[in-house]
Design a protein around this ligand. Sequence first.
Ligand SMILES: Cc1cc2nc3c(=O)[nH]c(=O)nc-3n(C[C@H](O)[C@H](O)[C@H](O)COP(=O)(O)OP(=O)(O)OC[C@H]3O[C@@H](n4cnc5c(N)ncnc54)[C@H](O)[C@@H]3O)c2cc1C
Length: 305
Amino acid sequence: MDGERGRAGGRGAGGSGGGGAVSAATASAGIVELLPPDRVLTGEAASEWAGGRDVGTVLFPADTNEVQALVRLANETGTPLLPAGNGSWLGAGGWTRDGGAVVSTSRLDSVVHYEPADLTLTAGAGLGWRKLGAVVEPNGQWLPVDTPGVGAGTLGGVAACGVPGPLSGRYGAIRDNVLGLEVVTGDGRLLRIGGRVVKNVAGYDLVRLFTGSRGSLGVITRVSVRLFPRPGADVTLVFGGGLDEALEVARVVRVTSLPVAAAEMVVRGTGDETGRDAELAVRVLGGRAEVDDVRARLVAEVGTG
Ligand SMILES: Cc1cc2nc3c(=O)[nH]c(=O)nc-3n(C[C@H](O)[C@H](O)[C@H](O)COP(=O)(O)OP(=O)(O)OC[C@H]3O[C@@H](n4cnc5c(N)ncnc54)[C@H](O)[C@@H]3O)c2cc1C
């Protein structure tokens, strides 16, 4: 491929401007020509979108049909594709081959179905995590995922990464709360797996297989998830001190059976345990009165938080 393509905009949000120069390692011309220039990034613009990674080309299909067309042609021409969301954590899946392209789902960002009474939502894989929050929070609902950096991602990207955070002890990991997926497989076929409302598995649980597959099995184009009522109060108590003190707090939290939603310990320094600093963060969720009660009991047991 030669020439320049138009700029698709920062993190696929749309826009206009000059395109990046095409490097030798960009996708085959045929694939790039499937989309209008304003939905293709190349060269420096592509690297900028990918947070400095040399990804060659980034493609922004606007619907599932376009994803299928891209994947089919890539399959025919032997062009490697890396599925992506906003490109906020592309290293999760690895990108080792030249001459390929990133396929960002960030344009597939509409809410397809949201039923607050059922606590379920189906949306395009590219729905931004913060936009998802803006849709469901007015109804006092949320999808509790607290892996680092989640706010920069997309619903599909978070499902594709599939990493559990501290809150998964209470709510389950994202893998437990993805009810169904639409996926374009490596040969361009469309798979609809799981359901929109309930976890309904007969035979192999392909939803769990694709959740956490990090782009290795296909492009996730649509995701159905289970939501939860958002607790009225959300308090994180941080207990600092030496490692021994932090471990003692952790022990107390465990044996007192307080309704703690999540806990995470950060240990600073290296070497043996003597003199190392540590902090234990304890997150308490619930009604205001319940959270105040747990906080008071924790502080009474272990000291100031
Ligand atoms: C600064 C920062 C730090 C982070 N630290 C951590 C961490 O410590 N631990 C952790 O678990 N996570 C971490 N994350 C990841 C984060 O929790 C989200 O999972 C991630 O941001 C999702 O981003 P994204 O939607 O832009 O996906 P991308 O960054 O575009 O892609 C992430 C991975 O998911 C795949 N993928 C994305 N979308 C799709 C799709 N539609 N179909 C198929 N595959 C897809 C990609 O191939 C890639 O492997 C971090 C993110 C950031 C920004």
